[in-house]
Design a protein. Structure first.
Length: 199
């Protein structure tokens, strides 16, 4: 082999060795953390860690809420039972009051009917303080009472006739008066308050 060939081969070897050495040095001295791929992976890892921490925090909050709810369940159940007992008691009281009200309503209705009967009876046994009345036809026989005159003295008379020509008894006064009349007589009253039959 000639010297020229050896020289060329040597030059090629040196060139290749230099290139390989430079590449190796470059690869050795380059920091892999500075690469874009590493930075992208690192950012993704950090986001994942943050998401995980957020999820863990939310889980802790949710667990605490569940524990709080579970812890308050007995108290709520007790309050519910107490409320139910109060409601039952109030319903029983309302039922008793309703029964009392119904009984009172019945009693009032009976009393009203009784009062109505008495009032109608009084009305049938009462005559006005002015007029002439035939006993047994316009008014019942019996004893009547009046509170007296209105603004002037009260006059009354018991007559044997409707014209008042045959007076059996009469009187005039301002105070209360009692008069007893019999069937067939005529009773005349002037400026008096109502006359009511006494029982």
């Amino acid at each position: 082999m000639s010297d020229r060939v050896l020289l060329v081969i040597g030059a090629i070897v040196v060139t290749v060795a230099t290139a390989i050495g430079g590449f190796a040095v470059g690869r050795i001295t380059e920091n892999p953390r500075d690469s874009e791929v590493y930075q992208a992976l690192d950012d993704k890892h950090l986001r994942t860690v943050e998401k995980r921490k957020t999820a863990e925090d939310e889980l802790k909050v949710a667990q605490q809420q569940v524990e709080n709810i579970l812890g308050s369940v007995p108290a709520r159940e007790a309050a519910l039972e107490e409320g139910q007992a109060l409601l039952t008691k109030a319903q029983q009281k309302m039922k008793r009051e309703q029964t009392t009200l119904e009984e009172a309503t019945v009693a009032v209705s009976r009393r009203e009917r009784a009062v109505g009967i008495v009032e109608r009876e009084i009305a049938r046994n009462t005559i006005p303080g002015d007029g002439v009345y035939r006993v047994g036809q316009d008014m019942k026989p019996g004893t009547y009472r009046t509170s007296g005159g209105t603004s002037t003295p009260c006059y009354w008379s018991i007559n044997a006739d409707a014209n008042g020509a045959d007076i059996i008894q009469n009187n005039i006064g301002e105070g209360p008066a009692l008069v007893s009349v019999s069937e067939g007589q005529f009773f005349e009253t002037t400026r008096c308050q109502e006359w009511t039959l006494q029982q």
